[in-house]
Design a protein around this ligand. Structure first.
Ligand SMILES: [Zn+2]
Length: 544
């Protein structure tokens, strides 16, 4: 990418020189003028005492500087797609790649998930401003707003305390999706989790507590101070014409308690304020379609807005998913439906696609589902790359944070990734490696979580089917839910601006890698909030 773009001007100069030479005296020789690409803009970042001196403005400028000095402002992307594998640690990626390969009849280690063929990678540091090991709300807020913030908050900065709505007007930070909508681009959000869950919420909502998904979750005191529940903010975002595509689960957060769920009549809406947010969306989008199953999705026009709410809570695991007309789409099918509707705008689009349940599989201590959800995200990324051009669409694939899944032992090449760590002996017989307690162990284990067996002696995993969908890998520390990990996650990039994705970055820089690579969006932000002389957006966009 870098090589090609620096060669192209030279080739042009050479061609021009040759034509000129032919037109003038045949003996004239011309030396092509050497064109060195302009040095990337340097942004001064104040030296502060950390962490005490960190502010939202400082984080924004720091992220802008990290992206600009890698050359993001020279890119000309039209469309921006951010894929977030929630909780997709590098270990999860490595194990999922092997499972996918083994299911395709290969040894597995050589298999490549779709984004592993992208030419540009970086490592992303995921800590929150107040947590060494982060949560999804703070991490997605960093990627959505360009500003690192506290754990548990949704696109508000660290000036606010979790659960306290005081200072919302000053603390709310505009997201890339809102800035894009203001610039006239199309925007969309797709997830397999509830649409009101932390990661999707951070694209369109601003609240100091990720749990305020519906009105009944939002304390009266917070509502008095102006905090609005996440579902309402997702449906009625005031920027531009709002999102064109919203797809995921979490249906009951949008329905009043007087309504029964269309798919599960025993369930009712969660809203106590009587608001029917689905009807409200339909009134605001008279040509749009509200869908809640595959048949309705297939029938919805591709040139109109789409609201898809496929489950009362999170969507089904890919492993259990009902793919029939009455069932629900895969992440790849939702990605396809989103791009079909967003690509009609010549200005371009900004799309979030979240593989939301990789995280849930890991929290449950259930590697099988975490890996299957990761493979489903690989299919979704492949769909996006096939439907768009590398010439005009920047695709970033990353995770919001890591998990405690570990991949250890010395199993043979091709050993089943969900099996016991095992090797062939001199007679070609595969035998599990025995630990000091005389028992075998699985290649994949968790450092903590529900997989801890409450027994004096570790149970023998060879007595269980470790590849079964519901098997919980053994865990060292007993916890009800397995925890996130604090290690770096991967960032993979393809398309214009991808060559700026390198080195080790702070997670909030991902916002700037996207923003700076889209000229119309960058210019719109510069016009509203100011930029450096070289056109780098370094000022915090103010929402009030
Ligand atoms: Zn989580």
């Amino acid at each position: 990418m870098r090589l090609r773009s620096s060669l192209r001007p030279c080739a042009l100069v050479l061609a021009t020189a040759l034509i000129t030479a032919c037109a003038a005296t045949p003996t004239a020789t011309r030396t092509p003028i050497a064109t060195t690409p302009a040095a990337p803009p340097q942004v001064e970042v104040p030296v502060i005492k950390r962490p005490d001196g960190e502010t939202a403005a400082w984080w924004f400028r720091h992220g802008a500087a990290e992206a600009a000095r890698r050359g993001s402002t020279t890119a000309k992307a039209r469309n921006l797609i951010l894929f977030v594998g929630d909780g997709m640690s590098l270990t999860t990626v490595a194990a999922a790649r092997i499972l996918a390969g083994q299911r395709a009849g290969q040894s597995g280690e050589e298999y490549r998930l779709s984004w592993e063929d992208f030419g540009h990678t970086a490592l992303s540091r995921t800590y929150n401003t107040d947590l060494q090991t982060p949560d999804s709300a703070g991490t997605m807020s960093a990627m959505a707003t360009g500003v690192k913030t506290r754990g548990g908050v949704i696109s508000v900065d660290q000036s606010m305390k979790r659960g306290d709505c005081t200072g919302l007007a000053e603390g709310a930070r505009l997201s890339l999706w809102e800035l894009a909508a203001d610039a006239g681009l199309e925007t969309g959000v797709v997830t397999t989790a509830r649409l009101t869950h932390a990661t999707p919420a951070a694209t369109l909502a601003h609240v100091p507590d990720r749990n305020w998904e519906a009105d009944i979750d939002t304390p009266e005191a917070a509502r008095t101070l102006g905090c609005i529940d996440i579902a309402q903010q997702m449906i009625a975002n005031p920027h531009g014409h709002g999102p064109t595509v919203l797809m995921g689960g979490g249906r009951v957060n949008f329905m009043p308690a007087s309504q029964t769920d269309p798919e599960y009549p025993e369930q009712i809406g969660r809203r106590k304020d009587g608001r029917d947010l689905i009807a409200q969306w339909q009134q605001a989008h008279p040509k749009g379609s509200y869908v809640w199953n595959n048949a309705q999705l297939a029938a919805a026009p591709q040139d109109a807005p789409l609201l898809g709410l496929f489950e009362p809570s999170h969507m089904q695991w890919e492993h259990e998913r009902n793919a029939s007309p009455e069932g629900e789409p895969s992440l790849a099918q939702m990605t396809r439906a989103a791009i079909e509707r967003l690509r009609h705008n010549d200005k371009g689009f900004v799309l979030l696609v979240e593989g939301g349940r990789i995280d849930h599989g890991n929290h449950n201590g259930n590697a099988f589902r975490a890996l299957k959800e990761t493979i489903a995200m690989s299919d979704a990324v492949r769909t996006a790359r096939e439907m768009t051009s590398e010439a005009d669409t920047l695709i970033l694939v990353t995770a919001d944070h890591s998990h405690s899944l570990v991949f250890t032992g010395y199993p043979d090449r091709g050993n089943p990734i969900l099996g016991l760590a095992a090797n062939k002996d001199a007679h070609g017989v595969t035998k599990p490696t025995l630990a000091k307690d005389g028992l075998p162990y699985t290649t994949l284990v968790y450092a903590n979580g529900p997989g801890h067996r409450d027994a004096a002696k570790r149970p023998d995993p060879s007595l269980e089917d470790t590849a079964a969908p519901d098997y919980l890998q053994q865990a060292l520390v007993p916890l009800e839910a397995e925890t996130h990990g604090g290690d770096d996650v991967g960032l993979w990039a393809s398309g214009p601006g991808a060559d700026a994705v390198r080195g080790n970055i702070e997670q909030n820089t991902i916002f700037h890698l996207l923003l700076q690579a889209q000229p119309a969006l960058r210019q719109s932000v510069c016009a509203r909030y100011g930029c450096t002389a070289e056109g780098v957006p370094v000022n915090l966009p103010q929402s009030h």
